[in-house]
Design a protein around this ligand. Structure first.
Ligand code: ADP
Ligand code: MG
Length: 246
């Protein structure tokens, strides 16, 4: 479903991703773990092209794009790949002046040019899916963090992306509130949603990840099944890092 080949990202003199290669099969959930500053967020941003890689190839579904430093891809090409992904951020990033349902409808109406009523119906169905239909007309500021994140998940799913990208989706939440987000993401995983998520949350990763990639200093140190990586990490650095997770 997704294949990254030798993805590199430089910011000036700083090389943040040093040739990352990984694949995610359809219906699988990959957790990206690793120390802060290791490049997890940058990698997710490169997959949805919020950042343009400086080298490498990105394939999502049938769409593929290769990158060369200083040669920005055409906007149309970027849009073509970006449409394949939905993104959930640590801090929810809902539009504050839109109600919950309007947040979910926004991309359908403005980007995909859906008729208003049809967009509202789909948005309502997605809010039901994340257990937020009763708050459809609420303003984001009146919702708890867990509720805001569930709306943000519905919004990311609205355009039917091939892959859901989540950047530390529970780390801004208290344990009780993160539980409801873990539950929603777990249900999506059980339904076969393809996901890549950066997380420090061992409960989240062990509940839903099939595969784990340990990223440190812009390189994949170790990758494998969640079971193997959490119970029998091969590398000392992976072992030490996993011991710090709670
Ligand atoms: P992680 O999510 O694993 O904590 P990040 O991807 O946020 O790591 O950051 C990796 C490195 O890239 C850090 O050193 C960070 O300072 C740097 N970085 C991220 N974004 C930018 C940017 N826009 N410009 C310059 N450096 C950046
Ligand atoms: Mg990060």
């Amino acid at each position: 479903m997704i294949r990254l080949t030798n993805i590199e990202k430089r910011f000036g003199d700083l090389t943040v991703l040093k040739g990352v290669t990984l694949s995610v099969a359809e219906g699988r959930v990959t957790a990206l773990i690793g120390p802060s500053g290791g490049g997890k967020s940058t990698l997710l941003r490169c997959i949805n092209l919020l950042e343009i890689p400086t080298a490498g190839t990105l394939r999502i579904g049938q769409e593929e794009l290769s990158f060369r430093d200083g040669v920005p891809p055409a906007w149309r090409e970027i849009q073509r790949l970006r449409r394949q992904t939905g993104m959930v951020f640590q801090n929810f990033q809902l539009f504050p002046h839109r109600t919950a349902i309007e947040n979910v409808m926004e991309g359908l109406v403005t980007v995909q040019k859906w008729p208003h009523e049809r967009a509202r119906e789909r948005a309502f169905a997605l809010l039901q899916k994340v257990g937020m239909a009763h708050k459809a007309d609420a303003w984001p500021a009146t919702l708890s963090g867990g509720q805001q994140q569930r709306v943000a998940i519905a919004r990311a799913l609205a355009p039917s992306p091939r892959v859901l990208l989540c950047d530390e989706p529970t780390s801004a939440l208290d344990p009780e509130l993160s539980g409801e987000v873990v539950e929603v993401l777990g249900r999506l995983a059980d339904e076969g949603t393809t996901m890549v998520m950066a997380t420090h949350d061992l409960r989240l990763a062990s509940r839903i990840a099939h595969d784990v990639v340990f990223l440190e200093a812009g390189q994949v140190v170790e990758a494998g099944s969640a079971q193997a990586l959490f119970t029998q990490p091969k590398h000392d650095r992976t072992k030490r890092f996993i011991a710090t997770l709670t």
